[in-house]
Design a protein around this ligand. Structure first.
Ligand SMILES: [Zn+2]
Length: 262
């Protein structure tokens, strides 16, 4: 179809619509054709056509009559009988008789036929198509937004220097671990420097309770040991190669002294 997807929709209940069944087959065609004609030449269910100049039919009037399959002289009377449309206007017949339709609202311009379809939007607007289009547009916009967001994040990542891991001293959970180490050993570590950094990495990997457990376990084991007590410090306890074995040391065990050979 090369009509720019313009549709005149004939609703299924037309088959049993008493107003349509009351028409002759020729009038039913005139009615359907008027609808299609309104789609092509009208706007939002309103069709305005100058059918006559005085008593003389215009080309537009002849074209409309031809489309509806009615003689030009019967055009207005036929249209006036069609359901679901209101006819407004006046026309002068060849017998110099003036027909008036839609009194009150009728335009004063003799020979101008105006048809208004009732419930045009309800029946003729492709509401499902419209809804689909709306959804599609929304999806497209959402995707666009997401795409933009991803792009923005990417740019942010590319332009922002990588943050160094937070130092132990500025991490409140690491501070808890350091405080516990100080409480148990009576020392005054601040969680700064390499030891603090290693603690924070262990904290992020294993959690704060694992860090606390290593502190308690190793303090219990090393505090009274003349040589090992010096190693109760963050740089030793949270060394990446040893933290896990400290964590898995049996409580209160003795003997081997792990952690000092790497
Ligand atoms: Zn931390």
């Amino acid at each position: 179809m090369s009509d720019g997807m313009k549709w005149w929709k004939l609703w299924a209940s037309a088959l049993t619509d008493p107003k349509l069944l009351a028409l002759t087959p020729a009038e039913r065609w005139a009615w359907a054709a008027l609808g299609a004609y309104t789609v092509v030449h009208g706007s939002k269910g309103v069709l305005t056509v100058r059918t006559h100049d005085g008593e003389k039919p215009t080309d537009a009037g002849l074209q409309l009559a031809l489309s509806l399959g009615t003689p030009i002289d019967d055009l207005w009377r036929v249209v006036a009988r069609l359901p679901n449309v209101m006819l407004f206007g006046s026309v002068t017949t060849p017998k110099s008789e003036t027909l008036r339709y839609g009194l009150g609202d009728a335009p004063n311009d003799n020979g101008v036929l105006r048809v208004t379809w009732s419930n045009w939007n309800r029946y003729q607007r492709d509401s499902t198509g419209y809804e689909r289009l709306k959804k599609w547009r929304k999806r497209r916009n959402d995707n666009g937004t997401r795409g933009e967001e991803t792009k923005r994040r990417k740019e942010e990542l590319l332009t922002t220097p990588l943050k160094p891991p937070k130092r132990g001293a500025s991490c409140s959970e690491c501070a808890t671990v350091i405080a516990e180490l100080n409480r148990l050993t009576g020392r005054k570590y601040q969680g700064l420097g390499q030891g603090g950094s290693m603690l924070h990495v262990r904290h992020q990997e294993a959690g704060v309770s694992a860090c606390l457990e290593v502190v308690r376990k190793m303090t219990a084991r090393w505090l009274e040991h003349p040589k090992m007590t010096a190693f109760l410090r963050p740089e030793t306890l949270f060394r990446p190669g040893k933290f896990d074995s400290y964590l898995n040391e049996p409580d209160g065990g003795g003997g081997r002294l792990p952690g000092l050979d790497d």
